[in-house]
Design a protein around this ligand. Structure first.
Ligand code: ADP
Ligand code: ADP
Length: 230
């Protein structure tokens, strides 16, 4: 795992929207930091900058001390696993192919990819013998989300970015999946930034919670216990 530093991070979109005014945050190695705040306050923008899907307008992002904004994209793919709300699985690829996406991009040998994907499917509770050859539409929403986790973990990233990972899952399965995440978390400690607008979820899953208001202004940065005591 690797610590992450957001140093006066700023994003103004081309149309002039100030999505992130100036955000500084220290995220400890192996910790889950939750970004919580109202819709439109800039949470996804922060994640997308860390993942380099968009360029910051100012400030720096340090992952384990090195500047992520100038890192080689392939290197970043190795470093970061990304989980999004709608999972974003490729519908015409099998579960195994989906999980192997990043290793394939990194040019791993086929045999190694299969070993790794099957190991991960086991880890997320979808044994390969039963699930590897299915297509996403042959899975429940919760199962698809697990495939999404497996895919994010495939190349053993040091950092995990999760954008509303449970919000597309029905409320009953959401609780189960959150428990699953906590269990997985014990097995694989990753520095994680998780975005949500659900306070319960933040308190359940976060080591630290960053409460944001419009333009990603940091209102509080505290542990769940500290937050509840206030
Ligand atoms: P959140 O994830 O907290 O809902 P976002 O980061 O998606 O917030 O959005 C932050 C602000 O930036 C919002 O006002 C949103 O409308 C705006 N925004 C997001 N993407 C773009 C874009 N590509 N161009 C212009 N404005 C954008
Ligand atoms: P959940 O209760 O987790 O939401 P579902 O009710 O959607 O799950 O599915 C129950 C079981 O049936 C799951 O193990 C799922 O993998 C399997 N299943 C769902 N859709 C299909 C399908 N189209 N083909 C094969 N198996 C399926």
């Amino acid at each position: 795992a690797a610590p992450i530093t957001l140093d006066r991070l700023r994003k103004v979109y081309p149309d002039g929207t100030v999505a992130v005014e100036e955000l500084s945050l220290e995220i400890g190695s192996g910790e889950v930091t939750v970004l919580i705040g109202p819709s439109g306050c800039g949470k996804s923008t922060v994640l997308r900058m860390v993942n380099r899907l968009i360029e910051p307008s100012g400030g720096r992002i340090l992952i384990d001390g090195s500047d992520a904004t100038t890192a080689d994209p392939n290197e970043l793919r190795r470093t970061i696993g990304y989980v999004i709300q709608s999972v974003g699985l490729f519908p015409h690829q099998t579960v195994r192919a989906n999980v192997g996406t990043v290793p394939r991009m990194l040019g791993w040998e086929k045999r190694r990819i299969t070993e790794r994907t099957d190991e991960l499917l086991e880890l997320v509770g979808l044994p390969a013998g039963q699930y590897a050859k299915r297509y996403p539409h042959e899975l429940s929403g919760g199962q698809r989300q697990r495939v999404g986790f497996a895919r994010a973990l495939a190349a053993d990233p040091r950092v995990l970015l999760m954008d509303e990972p449970f919000s597309a899952v029905d409320p009953i399965n959401r609780g189960r999946l959150q428990d699953e995440f906590l269990r997985l978390r014990e097995a694989v400690r990753k520095t994680t930034i998780l975005v949500t607008h659900d306070l319960q979820e933040a308190i359940k899953l976060g080591d630290r919670i960053a409460v944001l208001s419009d333009h990603a202004q940091l209102q509080q940065y505290a542990t769940p216990a500290e937050l509840l005591a206030r």
